[in-house]
Design a protein around this ligand. Structure first.
Ligand code: PFF
Length: 455
């Protein structure tokens, strides 16, 4: 096993870890994906189910990933291999690494749009969002650039690269969001948006809404593909996993909720449809910026910070895959970053071209029929539904079974208690959640997806 702190690197401080892990969690998932999925899923009732998923499934599961990583000091595949060498469980680690590559492949495309929107008013003022994302000469260079930035940070390694960036930039994002919330909720007509966001109507809840809520909760907290196993592996034994993990979850959830307050009042005040999907943030927010003094500047600053939030997330996605090559294949960090980066670029190209550029990718009904695959029609959204929703839920199901039943909750609890003051009662509650609540709830929800899909 590599000596922690030497070749593998370690977080410089608890705050550094919390901010880096929160940096992984907070990203496009909170500010772009959460509002549009909430909008499509009927509003407040979705938010309530989302919060229940976070508290009852994701939080206990987050501790499991962190302890698994810290105990083994390894990437997801290495962690599982260390505990059960030569068993088929290692495949679950393989699923994690694969999911990392695939999520990164389309996530960096959207992050590229965000990056482009910093300069939108200067360089592409004549283009509306639809034309912007359909222009290959714009989106492909932006995608490549964003991936390149991600690679640059990951080259830098754990403390110097990831931690240093997260520390400064996360607080700045929060500050700007507060400004935008104040603007949004004081727009005339904002009340309707607040009602949509805050007054639950449970008659709108369907199986699909529940699946979307659980998938969104995993996505938002970077769970189900070993990002938190990997980040946990750089965590010192003296740290309190329970406290640090709780901060991360709390912070991530607050940012998602804040994004809703930023978007929905403005959506209704400007007469948009909350269910308009992935374009929501890119169309509605620029309208509020227009109504602000120095709007162009504030808009540019917002998309800059959102790009940075996305960067700390793409960094964690790439880091999972790189950690695998460094630990398991003994590649150098540099070589791993180059190879994985190049591969991800190729896999991401069809996503980049699927928003109106190439017809056969923008609507894949020719392949999947009129209902699409998992209700999605373009290549990018299909990738998100498969990897950003199902693969994460499946990964989380298998990893919680692995921790709860294969590694064993007693050994896991022993690691959890290292450096933590958490009492025996709470530990028992956690063990119950990992063994029963997490796997059973995820299993039932996944079963519903497949039944709905097959039936
Ligand atoms: N949590 C990130 C977000 O909300 O944008 C996305 C993400 C990062 C998902 C890392 C999964 C992951 F491993």
């Amino acid at each position: 096993m590599a000596t922690p702190g030497a070749e593998r690197g370690q977080w410089g401080s608890r705050v550094g870890f919390i901010l880096a892990a929160a940096g992984s969690a907070v990203g496009l998932g909170n500010i772009w994906r959460f509002p549009y999925i909430t909008g499509q899923s009927g509003g407040a009732a979705f938010v309530v189910i989302y919060l229940v998923c976070v508290a009852l499934v994701c939080l206990p599961y987050l501790f499991a990933e962190l302890v698994l990583g810290r105990h083994t000091q390894k990437n997801p595949l290495g962690a599982i291999r260390t505990i059960r060498p030569g068993s088929p469980w290692v495949l679950v680690g393989g699923l994690c690494v694969l999911t990392g590559v695939f999520i990164l492949s389309y996530y960096a495309v959207i992050a590229g749009w965000t990056f482009g929107y910093i300069f939108k008013n200067l360089l592409f003022a004549h283009l509306d969002f639809g034309h912007f994302i359909a222009s290959p000469w714009i989106v492909i260079p932006l995608f490549a650039l964003f991936l390149g930035l991600t690679m640059l940070v990951v080259f830098g390694g754990v403390e110097e690269g990831i931690e240093r960036w997260s520390k400064v930039l996360m607080p700045l994002l929060v500050l700007l969001m507060i400004v935008l919330i104040v603007r949004s909720v004081t727009l005339p007509g904002a009340e309707k948006g607040l009602a949509f966001y805050l007054k639950p109507d449970f008659s709108k809840v369907t199986g699909e809404v529940i699946v979307a809520a659980l998938g969104q909760a995993f996505f938002s907290l970077s769970l189900g593909m070993g990002a938190m196993i990997t980040y946990g592996s750089y965590l010192s034994r003296h740290e309190d996993v329970v406290v640090a993990g709780s901060y991360v979850a709390l912070f991530d959830t607050l940012i998602a909720l804040m994004a809703g307050f930023m978007i929905f009042p403005a959506v209704f005040a400007t007469g948009h449809d909350p269910a308009s999907g992935p374009a929501l943030v890119f169309i509605v927010l620029p309208e509020i910026f227009q109504a602000l003094p120095l709007g162009n500047l504030i808009g540019a600053l917002f998309f800059l910070l959102l790009s940075i939030a996305a960067l700390t997330s793409t960094v964690s996605l790439l880091e999972v895959v790189v950690a695998y090559f460094v630990d398991e294949r003994r590649w150098s960090r540099k070589r791993s970053v180059w190879v994985v980066g190049a591969l991800t670029f190729l896999i991401g190209l069809p996503s980049a071209l699927s928003q109106g550029t190439v017809a056969g990718l923008s609507n894949m009904d020719w392949l999947f029929g009129a209902d699409g695959l998992l209700g999605q029609h373009d290549f990018l959204s299909i990738m998100d539904a498969i990897w950003g929703n199902l693969a994460l839920a499946l990964g989380a199901l298998l990893i919680s079974i692995f921790v709860g039943w294969v590694w064993g909750v007693d050994r896991a609890a022993e690691e959890l208690r290292q450096g933590s003051r958490v009492g025996p009662g709470l530990v028992r509650v956690w063990q119950f959640f990992i063994r029963y609540v997490c796997p059973v709830v995820i299993f039932i929800i996944l079963l519903n997806v497949f039944r709905g899909y097959l039936g």
